[in-house]
Design a protein around this ligand. Structure first.
Ligand SMILES: CC(C)(COP(=O)(O)OP(=O)(O)OC[C@H]1O[C@@H](n2cnc3c(N)ncnc32)[C@H](O)[C@@H]1OP(=O)(O)O)[C@@H](O)C(=O)NCCC(=O)NCCS
Length: 229
C-alpha cells in the first residue's frame, strides 16, 4: 500500500519510505496538551496497528459519546481477545476501495480514519451526483488527548485527498446529531447537513444521525410548499 506523508503546512506526498512529521504545535493554534511541540505522522494502517486502533476507538468513543450513549454501550467496545480477533479478520478482508489511515505520535496511535466507497444507503435527494463521485468517511476517531491539535484535521484532509484521487471528490459522512464537537469540526471542513437523517437504537436509546456532505455539492433545501390557495 502507498505511504502518505504530509509536510507541515504543505501538500501531501505519496510514496517513499520515510515518515515525515505531519504537524507541530507551531503549525496549529496553541492548546496545552501532551502532544505540544511534538509532531504526528499520518500513514496507512497495517495489521500490527489493529490492537492499538481498538484502544483509539474506545478512548475516542468514551470522550465523545460519554454523555450521549449509555455506559453499557460504550463498554461493549472495550478491547478484548474476541474483539481483537474480529478486528484482525475485518482488517484482512477490508474493502479494497476504502483507505485506512492512522495517525501516530511518539510511536503510539492517536487517531484513525476509514474512507472511500460508501456504505449502501439510500441515495440523497440533495446530492444528485453519479454514485462514483461520492466518497464516505466511515470512521474518524482521535483520542481526546490530541483533540484540538490538528490530528483530526490531517486525517480528514488526507482521506479526502485519497478519495478525490479515486474520483470520489464529494465527501459524505454520518454523524450523531448530539455530537456537537464533530459537527462543528465538519462544518469547519466545509461539510453541511444534506437534510438526510436516520434513527437507530444504540444501547436502548433512539439516536438520530445526520448525513453531511461537501457544502457546494448539496442542493439547497426545497422551499416549503405554500398551503395558501
Ligand atoms: C471528531 C474529531 C476527529 C475532531 O477532531 P478534534 O481535534 O476534536 O477537532 P478540533 O478541536 O480541531 O475541532 C473541534 C471544533 O469543535 C469545537 N467544539 C468543541 N466542543 C464543542 C461543542 N460541544 N459544541 C460545538 N463545538 C464544539 C471546538 O472549539 C473546535 O472548533 P474550532 O475549530 O472552531 O475551534 C475528534 O473530536 C474525535 O475523534 N471525536 C471522537 C470520535 C468522533 O466523534 N468521531 C466523529 C464520528 S462522525
Amino acid at each position: 500500500m502507498e505511504t502518505i506523508h504530509r509536510q507541515p503546512g504543505g501538500p501531501t506526498v505519496a510514496g517513499g519510505g520515510q515518515r515525515v512529521p505531519c504537524a507541530t504545535a507551531t503549525d496549529q493554534p496553541a492548546a496545552a496538551g501532551p502532544w505540544e511541540r511534538r509532531a504526528h505522522t499520518v500513514r496507512p494502517m497495517v495489521e500490527a496497528d489493529v490492537e492499538q486502533a481498538l484502544h483509539v476507538r474506545h478512548d475516542a468513543w468514551r470522550g465523545a459519546y460519554g454523555g450521549i450513549l449509555p455506559p453499557a454501550y460504550l463498554d461493549a467496545v472495550i478491547p478484548d481477545e474476541e474483539s481483537l480477533a474480529r478486528a484482525v479478520r475485518e482488517f484482512r478482508t477490508g474493502h479494497p476501495g476504502r483507505h485506512r489511515l492512522v495517525a501516530e505520535l511518539d510511536g503510539r496511535l492517536v487517531g484513525l480514519v476509514v474512507a472511500g466507497v460508501p456504505r449502501p444507503t439510500a441515495p440523497s435527494a440533495r446530492l444528485p451526483l453519479p454514485a462514483e463521485r461520492i466518497g464516505e468517511v466511515l470512521s474518524l476517531q482521535t483520542v481526546p488527548a490530541v483533540w484540538g491539535s490538528g490530528v483530526g484535521d490531517d486525517l480528514l484532509r488526507t482521506a479526502r485527498e485519497l478519495m478525490a484521487r479515486d474520483g470520489r471528490d464529494v465527501c459524505t459522512l454520518w454523524v450523531l446529531e448530539e455530537n456537537t464537537r464533530a459537527r462543528h469540526f465538519y462544518r469547519r471542513h466545509g461539510l453541511r447537513p444534506t437534510g438526510d437523517e436516520q434513527v437507530s437504537r444504540m444501547g436502548g436509546r433512539r439516536i438520530r444521525q445526520l448525513r453531511y456532505a461537501d457544502a457546494e455539492a448539496v442542493l439547497p433545501a426545497p422551499r416549503e410548499e405554500s398551503t395558501e390557495r
